[in-house]
Design a protein around this ligand. Structure first.
Ligand code: SF4
Length: 250
């Protein structure tokens, strides 16, 4: 298992077997429950526990990551690695960045395969809940990687922004292809088709900005789910964690 990540790794770095925690509220949010508003009853919570146990058994978290120097840009554009990424308001959101970190993460195919089999067997509540567990797991994984990069950035004397993904906040989904050229998904078995759909489906691709002048927390407070208990740079108390507890850091 690898748990360290160099924020300035110019060659593709792969992390596997990260000790990932899955947030119950996040799973239930995918089920349509609003935190502190909707209160699922015991039958739903029992299905959640069953799906969580299955998900933890089946998931295989993997991350691939690579840093590329920024060569130019504009208010809505970043140039890096021969790509011109058109991202609305990125200069304002990120401030001055010297490099971008391109990453792809996945929890693998096994959860989706089991969901398909459960649907075939008409075990619909468990199928739908397990699908939500998979979605929450890959979101946790992306945040886990973002936290690792923040920690690595602090060690390297630089800053790392929140991640952004094609298809969100006005960034065209079609630029997924450019992101994959910056950081191919092959080392972790993630493929991109012509419609820019990733396989396995429980995968996320993302980009972060890196540099001493980078603005952090433009999207959410990164420390909110980071497990670094004694971090001198913590900006807000941790509400929960995306790392399994019990290894002494949380
Ligand atoms: S606590 Fe906050 S500043 Fe410290 S490593 Fe985690 S995300 Fe970064």
């Amino acid at each position: 298992m690898t748990a360290a990540l160099s924020v300035l790794s110019p060659t593709a770095a792969v992390l596997e077997g990260l000790p990932l925690a899955i947030d119950r509220d996040e799973v239930l949010r995918f089920q349509g429950y609003q935190k502190n508003v909707d209160h699922p009853g015991p039958p739903v919570l029992a299905i959640f526990e069953e799906a969580l146990a299955l998900g933890l058994e089946l998931m295989a978290p993997r991350v691939v990551y690579r840093t590329v120097a920024v060569t130019g840009g504009a208010p809505d554009r970043i140039d890096a690695g021969g790509e011109r990424l058109q991202i609305p308001q990125i200069a304002r959101l990120w401030g001055a960045v010297e490099a971008v970190g391109a990453g792809i993460c996945t929890v693998g195919e096994a959860i989706e395969e089991r969901v398909r089999r459960l649907f075939d067997a008409r075990e619909l509540p468990l199928a739908v809940m397990l699908d939500s567990v998979g979605s929450a797991a890959v979101e946790s994984l992306a945040e886990h990687a973002n936290d690792l990069l923040c920690q690595a950035g602090l060690r390297a004397g630089t800053k790392v922004t929140n991640r952004i993904s094609p298809g969100y906040a006005g960034w065209d989904t079609a630029e997924q292809a450019a992101l994959f050229r910056l950081c191919p998904g092959d080392p972790i078995g993630v493929r991109l088709n012509e419609a820019c759909f990733m396989t396995p489906g429980k995968s996320i691709s993302w980009l972060v900005g890196i540099g001493p002048g980078a603005r952090v927390d433009h999207y959410f407070t990164q420390c909110r789910r980071c497990w670094m208990r004694d971090c001198a740079y913590r900006r807000t108390p941790a509400a929960t964690t995306v790392r399994q507890p019990g290894d002494g850091v949380w």
